[in-house]
Structure formats: C-alpha cells, structure tokens
Ligand binder design. Structure first.
Ligand SMILES: Cc1ncc(COP(=O)(O)O)c(C=O)c1O
Length: 374
C-alpha cells in the first residue's frame, strides 16, 4: 500500500523540483513531457491544472486529446464513484457485462449509418494496441503483406504502429521495424510535399496515389491496407482535404484495400463532427478509436465493417486482445463520457463545428492574415 500521508493533497511537498528529482530516480530516461514541462501536477479541474507550488495553468495538452471533457468532469467522476461502491467486477477478460453491453450499443450507434454495417473489436488498452489489431486484421483478411501510410502520420509507439508513423525521430533508434511499409505524401496546406500547393497540389497528390496503386510498373504490390488520420494530430493539426480523402476511398475500394482511419486523436467531436472522416462523407473499413472514448481511462476499440469480420475469425483472443482488456469499469465510465462528447451537445461538439475546419478560409489559411503562420 502507498504511504497515504505522502499522497494527500494537504501534505504534498510544495516544490516541483523535489518531485522531478525523484521521478528521475524512479523512472527510465524514456520520460518525455516532463523534460518540456517541468511540473508536478497536484490538482486538475476542467481545462486547468495546478502544480504542487500552487501555480495554475491552462492545460492545452488535455492528455493529448484524451480528456475531451477536461479533467474530472462531474458526470465522469459520479460514474466512477458509483462503480467503486457498486460491486461490479474490475476484470472479466472479454466476458460481457451489462455495462459493456450498453456501452457497445451506444458506441455502435455513433458510427456511420448508426453502425448498422459495423461491429466492434475491443483491443487493449492503448491507441497503439488498436492500430496493431487493425493492421493484423487487414493482413489476415486480404492475405497481403504491405501497408501504405503517410508522411506526418502518427499511430503510436508499439513496433507495428511506430513502423507506420511518419516521424523518424523515435524510429531511427529502433532497428528493423515492421517490413512492408510504404510511405506516401500527405497533403499539407503550407508545405505541399510536391511543391505545388493549393487545389492543384491536392489534385496532384490524389493522382500520384492513384497511379502508384494502379500502375503495374510502380514497383509496389497491392497493399493490405492504407492507414491515415483525417486530421493529423502530432503531424501539426493538419486536415486532409475532403476531395483527397474521397479519392483515397475510391481507389482503395476499387482494389480491395482496407481503409483504416485512425481517429484516436481527432475522434469524438474534436473537429465538429463525431469523427473527422465524416467531413469528407466517406466510410472507412476500419475506424481506430481510443483516448476520448475512455474519458481518461484506457480504452481502445476498432469499429470494423462486418464483411471484414469474417476474416478475423482466424484471430483468436491471443491475437487481438490482451489479458487486460479495458476494465469493465471503463464501460461504466465511458458511457457518460461518450454520451457527453458524442451527442451534438451545443457546448461540446458545436464549437468545433462552427470552426468548419476544412472550408473556413480564416481557419485553414491563417497564413493569409498572420505573418509567421505556416
Ligand atoms: C492518431 C493517433 N493514433 C494512435 C495514437 C497512439 O495512442 P496511444 O498513445 O494510446 O498508444 C496516438 C497517440 O497520440 C494518436 O494521436
């Protein structure tokens, strides 16, 4: 058991450096954020966090998109309180519970077409785990071995997810990542990878992708899947143009390539629609969900078209999950979170909607107004 007096809010050491020093003694060098933000956080509420020295900060990180409702939202806390004293099981592998049942029904109803063509695959428990499950499902279903990913994409830090991530920083240190990954250029408003820019640049990128898939001389066999974010999060909040997304959808459909859209960071109302791909009116074959769907607790789920589930029969428990599937209490907790984030409630989803990410020139092209942007 923890030394209770050491963790009580009223008996903390009021010194960030004290905790950072100890963190350095306890944890490996893999620590990341504390190097940039040397704080020990004591309390959090909504968008605010307060360090042990009593300074309060506006939390622009929000758990990298995990805390869609902010810290300690009252509904979420009430749900956790209820769970703790309810006698519900902490752990059931993937045996169902009434809470999981209700959560599954709710989550499916949020997917395109109220989820009629989709089923859920619970993975556990991080976004990267779900990416791994999606890649394996695509390979198993198609019998193909390669994956196409995009520059600027981020999909997590596990072996396969890192292989399909664009940023070479964390990749260079790990030898021989997953083979068979081909990167293609992703549209960028300020730094068009083809050096063309504007509508012509977007058109050229769509054309290039199509040629690459369809030209038998391209040197690349048809992949099992294409994986992308409709809004790249770590890649700089970079929105894919809808016409480009539609083109990717058309081409992948034509060639039986599974389109995996990673909504781990952009999903659940963060762009003004439930999922970022909805701005392009497309339906992915696999939707990767994590972060906000768990309201802060670890939870990762795939929404996959039922026709591909047939291929996943070969994937037994050992292939698709973990001993610790997200906790049943996660179901209980994330139900209100999903309710909150996922209904078109004016105070949660609509503000993003009003921004109209993709078409409002003031948002997508601030470089026109602000020197130094872009
Ligand atoms: C788009 C996207 N995919 C996958 C992940 C990986 O999620 P996790 O860190 O939970 O493994 C992240 C994390 O930031 C992400 O932003």
């Amino acid at each position: 058991m923890l030394n209770e007096s050491a963790v009580r809010i009223d008996s903390l050491q009021k010194d960030n450096a004290h905790y950072l020093r100890r963190q350095g003694q306890f944890e490996s060098n893999v620590r990341s954020y504390p190097r940039k933000l040397p704080l020990a956080i004591a309390k959090a509420h909504g968008v605010w966090v307060t360090d042990v020295e009593g300074k309060t900060y506006l939390d622009c990180l929000a758990g990298a998109g995990t805390l869609a409702l902010g810290h300690n939202h009252p509904d979420v806390m009430a749900s956790i309180d209820y769970f703790i004293s309810s006698g519900m099981p902490m752990h059931t592998l993937d045996l169902t519970t009434p809470q999981k049942d209700a959560f599954s029904e709710k989550l499916l109803s949020l997917l395109p077409g109220q989820g009629r063509d989709y089923c859920l695959q619970f993975c556990g428990p991080s976004g990267a785990d779900a990416v791994e499950a999606a890649l394996k499902l695509a390979k198993t279903f198609t019998g193909r071995s390669s994956i196409i990913s995009f520059s600027g994409g981020y999909h997590g830090m596990t072996h396969g997810a890192l292989s399909v991530t664009g940023n070479t920083g964390p990749k260079d240190a790990v030898a021989s990542l997953m083979p068979g990954v081909q990167f293609m250029p992703y549209p960028h408003e300020y730094r068009c990878p083809l050096g063309i820019g504007g509508e012509a640049g977007i058109e050229a990128l769509g054309y290039y992708f199509t040629q690459f898939i369809e030209d038998v001389e391209s040197g690349v066999s048809l992949p099992a899947a294409v994986i992308l974010e409709a809004v790249q999060g770590e890649g700089g909040v970079n929105c894919a143009p809808p016409q480009w997304l539609r083109r990717i959808r058309e081409v992948t459909q034509r060639h039986g390539i599974l389109l995996i859209i990673d909504e781990v960071q952009a999903g659940f109302g963060r762009t003004g629609k439930m999922f970022a791909f909805e701005h392009a009116g497309i339906e992915p074959d696999i939707i990767v969900m994590s972060k906000a769907v768990g309201g802060g607790l670890p939870l990762a789920v795939l929404g996959l078209k039922r026709e591909f589930d047939a291929g996943s029969r070969a994937l037994t428990r050992g292939h698709s999950g973990a001993t610790r599937w997200p906790w049943p209490r996660g179901w209980r907790r994330s139900t209100p979170c999903s309710n909150r984030t996922c209904q078109p409630r004016p105070h949660v989803v609509a503000p993003g909607s009003r921004l109209d990410w993709w078409s409002c020139s003031n948002v997508i092209r601030p470089s026109a107004r602000c020197e130094g942007v872009g």
